[in-house]
Design a protein around this ligand. Structure first.
Ligand SMILES: Nc1ncnc2c1ncn2[C@@H]1O[C@H](COP(=O)(O)OP(=O)(O)O)[C@@H](O)[C@H]1O
Ligand SMILES: [Mg+2]
Length: 402
């Protein structure tokens, strides 16, 4: 029921707003902001300053916290002075305060295995940002970029331009809450095209990475079938076979019938979701937070986006506003059509992959809820999220048989 969920119970839903896929290895704690500040000032003095058009003013920086997250912290600082101030963001990776407790593997199935150090992940993200920068440039009419400025290797830190814009997640939420007002109607018109852009952006990004090397993950149909069975085993052990039903097994049957034996691989974005995209006031889309660590089936990035959109639908719903099915579907089909154009989209394959990602999210929610024998979901938000994920999975199964 919209409005029946209190703000307190929404906390567990935040779990669904992360990819939960990258595991960090080792004891490399995050560098202290003061150490990063010193490193940035050295970087500025060694030539970094030339990246900014500002003249005069200060050439040293003082960092302020922007956001502290489980696996990284973001800081902002300004360079220059007077009318020529530039703001940069430092993204410092390492173990955040809640990292150890949240992400240590407890043996649940995952879309991918293997851990990497904070330093390796930072190098990959910086490479991804640079690739986006060279692929899309600064003057594309539809796409912006978050300009990468520097990589402080010792501090596992990326420097980039600060972007003053809403994320697509924020735009989507705001459209819902205000959708009956005239201001919202204007906003909707300006951002209508952004969903198509999200599909077109991903297509260009995948094309730009198709020659790159990276280890492959789920390169063939059998890998996907095995994963469906692993999710079935995990969920039915935790929740009981009646609660889980045959959703995951039907996913395996679907995979066997609709996926090609070898899946089309690309180096993925890794967390392609509305929270990782800025939308300018004119609807220009800038994607950030890449993690091009694996070659993955191209469906995965597309489907992560679609699943993230559905999960946002839940969050919007629990805030007391809503989207109609029709509105959600319109956005989904804009994304899909733009990604696959001019070809027809392989809808059954996409449903199959969305189902796989939903089962991964469902397993993550269950895994985080309790560790005891036959645990019960502890909080209202966990139950809400779990029930919603199950209904979304059911919906995909039904669609694939229609
Ligand atoms: N260049 C930037 N300019 C302004 N805000 C940013 C920038 N990069 C990140 N942010 C803000 O910080 C949040 C987290 O950044 P992100 O790189 O997505 O971290 P994570 O890897 O933890 O998901 C973003 O959702 C955005 O609000
Ligand atoms: Mg992010």
């Amino acid at each position: 029921m919209p409005g029946s969920v209190t703000a307190r119970t929404l906390g567990g839903l935040e779990l669904l707003a992360t990819d939960g896929g990258e595991t960090v290895d080792g004891d490399d704690a995050r560098a202290e902001p003061r150490i990063v500040e010193v490193a940035i000032n050295k970087w500025l003095a060694d030539g970094g300053q030339h990246l900014f058009p500002a003249r005069g003013g200060t050439s040293t920086i003082t960092l302020r916290a922007l956001s502290v997250r489980p696996q990284c912290a973001l800081y902002v600082g300004t360079v220059g002075g007077g009318s020529g101030v530039s703001t940069l963001v430092a993204k410092v990776r390492g173990h955040g305060p809640s990292w150890r407790g949240d992400l240590q593997s407890r043996g649940r199935p995952r879309l991918r295995r293997g851990s990497a150090t904070a330093s390796e992940l930072t190098t990959l993200e910086y490479g991804g940002l640079r690739n986006i920068y060279t692929t899309f440039g600064m003057s594309h009419p539809e796409f912006g970029v978050v300009r990468p400025l520097g990589h402080l290797v010792e501090e596992s830190t990326i420097l980039m331009d600060y972007v003053e814009a809403s994320t697509l997640r924020e735009v989507f939420m705001a459209e819902s809450r205000l959708r009956l007002s005239s201001r919202s109607a204007l906003r909707t018109e300006a951002t209508r095209d952004v969903w198509r852009r999200a599909g077109a952006w991903l297509r260009m990004f995948h094309q730009s990475t198709s020659e790159q090397s990276a280890p492959a993950s789920q390169s063939n149909r059998q890998d996907v079938i095995d994963l469906f069975h692993a999710y079935h085993d995990f969920l039915s052990t935790r929740l009981g076979t009646r609660a889980v039903g045959d959703i995951a097994r039907r996913g395996a049957v679907l995979a066997a019938s609709v996926l090609p034996e070898q899946l089309p691989l690309v180096v993925g974005h890794g967390d392609y979701a509305p929270r990782n995209m800025f939308v300018s006031s004119r609807g220009r889309l800038s994607v950030f937070d890449p993690m091009p660590r694996w070659k993955i089936p191209c469906y995965e990035d597309v489907c992560r986006f679609l699943v993230a959109l559905r999960l946002l639908g839940l969050q919007v719903h629990t805030h007391g506003a809503a989207y109609s099915q029709h509105e959600l579907e319109r956005r989904e089909s804009d994304v899909i059509a733009a990604y696959f154009a001019p070809d027809a989209a392989p809808l059954d394959q996409l449903r199959c992959y969305q189902l796989l990602i939903l089962l991964d999210k469902w397993s993550a929610v269950i895994d985080s809820s309790n560790q005891g024998w036959r645990p019960r979901l502890q909080t209202a938000s966990m139950r809400l999220a779990s029930g919603y994920l199950r209904r979304q999975a059911q919906r995909l199964i039904e669609l694939s048989h229609s």
